[in-house]
Design a binder for this molecule. Structure first.
Ligand code: UDP
Length: 471
């Protein structure tokens, strides 16, 4: 008798990686009623996700009434407290080296321990900064699938960059407006390419560890025969043209994955006062602002942001994490027209009828959540994949406006007001961003529904695992 399908979902310890990995885990469980999932991130992140878990029962905190199909077991990254952001420019690269060595060892032990317990892993699914996970799986004869949690367009850019097009990028780094032409993709300016290839290709670069991880990822995918499987958190309706730009692998768009109820994460939420506050606001009136889990800002940026929001005359809900503006005073955060919180349940906020637009740094999760809720965006991309994401939002789907920042990187209040005006324009009949966002939401909901494109792709993946065929 073949064992039950059992997915080991491994993820890098960032909020923007953990959330889509957990959402995929729950979708896998829903798609295959006999499937098991073991979810694993680093020990430090695991402790933040489950601060009160009893030591002898690791899954109890997450699944108090669970049926044992989903378990959480952390892996070691060779550190006590994970990667700590600081002034040491070598810290990230050292962390990535430690993660690779200790992580591979620890995940190998986890796979062995699960098998010894009679819960053998039948497919390893890993997010994008853990290329060594594929080696661990291969060494044990377990097939693996990459879970790409950025757009297919970004995957295609990296693919072509690491397959013969690195030179053209390297040759034009001094010319940010130079248009790079990659197969199957519209031309992209050098400045809009993922920052890990334009700013991290040299060993002394601060985030070179991410560059090498992504390079190793493609080396590993190329080794998988006959074709590597790549699940992508996007859908055909969002990225039809770029999805065909990488034919070397089985690329399966299965997203956008969304939360199913409350989900564990790395941040403590403010109490839900903001939901009551939203309840009291007219439909489509509130500007929601968040720059995700990592971005920081200089105090001047926060001042400009709050000034622009106040001057817009609209109510606003603004997330400012404790660590986001390190030198800022907390006093100026109290405002007349808006509410400032340290962290919220973003998907609940975006789904609230009062929210009229979303000012975002364009992290891919935020973009997908906004699209799934039909909320138009003002995009302020910063690094990594965010500028390509913002191109999708503004140019491909026309559901947002990209804000122009000054040469000092600061978004001024006047520009913010202009962009809010664009996102809040209501002309109806597809004449404005809200109408386009409503239409896009409809198509995404269809993709996720029974028989929709993402649903079919996920089922094909799950059925392939259940039958032992590698999709
Ligand atoms: N998020 C949240 N509450 C907040 C701010 C952000 O739950 O107050 C979540 C958001 O829903 C998203 C994630 O944090 O799922 C941020 O991921 P994203 O890819 O947008 O950006 P990153 O944090 O990786 O830069």
């Amino acid at each position: 008798m073949s064992p039950r399908p059992h997915f080991l979902v491994l993820t890098f310890p960032l909020q923007g990686h953990i959330a889509p990995a957990l959402r995929l885990a729950r979708r896998l469980l829903a798609a295959a009623p006999d499937a098991l999932v073991t979810f694993s991130t680093t020990e430090a992140a695991h402790r933040r996700m489950f601060p009160t878990k009893p030591a002898d029962n690791p899954q109890a905190a997450a699944e108090p009434n669970g049926d044992g199909r989903l378990e959480f077991h952390p892996f070691a990254d060779g550190t006590e407290s994970g990667y700590v952001r600081g002034s040491d420019s070598a810290a990230f690269n050292e962390y990535m080296a430690s993660l690779r060595a200790a992580g591979a060892r620890s995940v190998g032990e986890l796979v062995d321990a699960l098998a010894a317990r009679g819960r053998p892993v039948t497919r390893v699914v890993y997010t994008l900064l853990l290329p060594w996970a594929a080696d661990v799986a291969r060494a044990r004869g377990v097939p693996s699938a990459l879970y790409w949690i950025q757009p297919a367009a970004v995957f295609a850019v990296y693919y072509h960059y690491f397959h013969g097009h690195a030179g053209v990028v390297a040759d034009h780094l001094h010319d940010p407006s130079f248009l790079v032409r990659l197969p199957g993709l519209p031309p992209q300016a050098v400045r809009d390419l993922p920052s890990f290839i334009t700013e991290s290709a040299e060993p002394h670069d601060r985030f070179h560890g991410a560059y090498t991880a992504i390079r190793n990822l493609f080396e590993n995918l190329d080794r998988d025969a006959p074709k590597a499987t790549v699940l992508v958190n996007t859908c055909e309706e969002l990225e039809a043209s770029t999805l065909t730009a990488v034919g070397a692998y089985d690329v399966l768009p299965i997203g956008p994955v969304l939360p199913a109820g409350d989900e564990a994460g790395l941040f403590e939420r403010d109490d839900a006062r903001y939901m009551e506050w939203l309840d009291a606001k007219p439909a489509d009136s509130v500007v929601y602002v968040s720059f995700g889990s990592l971005a920081r800002m200089v105090p001047e940026q926060l001042d400009e942001l709050l000034l622009g929001l106040e001057e817009s005359g609209r109510p606003y809900l603004c997330v400012v994490r404790k660590d986001q503006v390190p030198e800022a005073e907390t006093e100026p955060l109290l405002s007349r027209n808006g509410m400032v919180v340290e962290w919220c349940d973003q998907v609940r906020v975006l789904a609230h009828a009062a929210v009229g637009c979303f000012i975002t740094h364009c992290g891919w999760n935020s973009v997908l959540e906004s699209v799934a809720c039909g909320v138009p965006m003002v995009v302020v991309p910063q690094w990594s994949d965010q500028r390509i994401n913002s191109w999708l939002v503004e140019r491909e789907w026309r559901v947002g406006t990209r804000a122009v920042v000054g040469s000092d990187g600061v978004l001024r209040a006047a520009e913010l007001r202009r962009c809010i005006g664009m996102a809040m324009r209501r002309e109806g009949a597809a004449g404005d961003e809200r109408s386009a966002a409503t239409e896009l939401k409809r198509r995404v909901v269809e993709a996720l529904g029974k028989g929709g494109s993402s649903d079919r792709n996920l089922m094909a993946f799950v059925e392939g695992v259940s039958s032992g065929v590698h999709v």
